[in-house]
Ligand binder design. Structure first.
Ligand SMILES: C[S@@+](CC[C@H](N)C(=O)[O-])C[C@H]1O[C@@H](n2cnc3c(N)ncnc32)[C@H](O)[C@@H]1O
Length: 329
């Protein structure tokens, strides 16, 4: 179906990054419409295995069409990866791919509420079976919380005016439609190019609400250390991100986990010889990879993509590895 199409971003680069072994067990933690999964399966032999996850029930329907005995799909959030693998009897895997953000069918379907271009219900949940919709959040949050979300997750300079406009607007009528919100934002910020390269005034507010409603940054930050805990020595982690807030989390995590003390900032303060500290659990592979001009011309959605790759070393995970990331200043 044309409206189901999603062109996978950095496909060849992501497949090369995973350094697939035909008999390996892999995870595609963001199945979407399965573009990356199909390429992974094409590289696996008869004993290879691919576990795919997505929190969008619509992705489950696409996965059901795959019909390959080496493939299994679970409707789950990727922060639940460990439990999903445990339920399948899998202790460790040989590679994990995260292709973050939303898929084209999610943006293109006005009923999902992600887009300010077409009017629809203001939902924005990747997983409509859980959590609070964007409309519910806009109805209950106070002006300060609205301002903080729009400022922090949208990097929006007019966050205060937009938050005030939302509070004033909802006093007249509940904000239930994407069109209503886009109009409120446009009114609040006035017309601007203001160095935003002709971006629609609602772009940043919609991005902010989407990140908030789906807890995107928390999901990512909590999941990265959990992934390392299920990687075999030599396994690869490949992460494609689509905006700087995500990429910063991935970059810092990979840098920190590649330190000899496993990234535990608490140990860095003491005069312990590097040889006595636990060796680094990860090693970064190459530099950040971005799409070339041919890909960005053919698929404008790829413009903001960054792929980062790291490999699990043979070093055991230091005790409290995941907790040490939460403790990072
Ligand atoms: C960019 S798309 C992936 C596209 C996919 N690689 C393909 O080729 O079709 C991102 C997908 O990840 C899913 N997703 C995002 N965050 C998730 C999370 N925390 N847990 C599970 N799935 C998530 C979204 O629902 C979406 O389907």
């Amino acid at each position: 179906m044309a409206d189901e199409a999603h062109v996978p971003v950095l496909l060849q680069e992501a497949i090369a990054a995973l350094a697939l072994r035909p008999e390996g067990t892999y995870v595609d933690a963001t199945f979407g419409r399965g573009g990356h999964s199909a390429a992974i399966l094409a590289h696996l032999g008869p004993s290879g295995r691919l576990v795919a996850l997505d929190r969008d029930p619509a992705a489950a329907a696409a996965a059901a069409r795959i019909g390959d005995p080496r493939f299994v799909f679970r409707h789950a959030w990727f922060s639940e990866l460990r439990d999903v693998l445990a339920a399948l009897g899998i202790d460790a895997v040989d590679g994990v791919l995260l292709d973050l953000g939303i898929s084209s069918p999610q943006i293109d379907d006005p009923q999902r509420g992600f887009s300010f271009r077409a009017d629809g219900p203001l939902d924005m949940r990747m997983d409509p079976t859980r959590g609070e919709s964007a409309a519910a959040f806009l109805a209950r949050a106070d002006a300060r919380e609205l301002m903080e979300v729009i400022r922090d997750y949208g990097e929006e300079r007019s966050a205060q005016s937009i938050a005030r406009a939302i509070v004033a607007g909802r006093a007249h009528a509940p904000i239930l439609r994407t069109g209503q919100l886009a109009a409120l934002v446009a009114q609040a910020v006035g017309t601007r190019p203001r160095g935003d390269w002709g971006q629609d005034p609602a772009t940043r507010t919609f991005q902010a609400l989407r990140i908030h409603v789906n807890r995107e940054l928390a999901e990512l930050a909590l999941t990265l250390p959990a992934i390392v805990a299920v990687m075999n020595a030599g396994a690869r982690l490949a992460v494609i991100s689509f905006h700087s807030l995500e990429d910063r989390i991935v970059k810092r995590f990979m840098a920190q986990a590649s330190l000899p003390f496993g990234g535990d900032p608490r140990l860095a303060r003491f005069a312990i010889r590097a040889d006595d500290l636990p060796a680094a659990p990860l090693e970064r592979v190459g530099r950040a990879i971005r799409p070339g001009p041919a890909e960005t011309a053919a698929n404008p959605r790829s413009r903001s993509a960054t792929l980062r790759v790291a490999e699990r070393t043979t070093a055991p995970l230091p005790a409290g590895f995941a907790a040490s990331f939460a403790a990072t200043p």
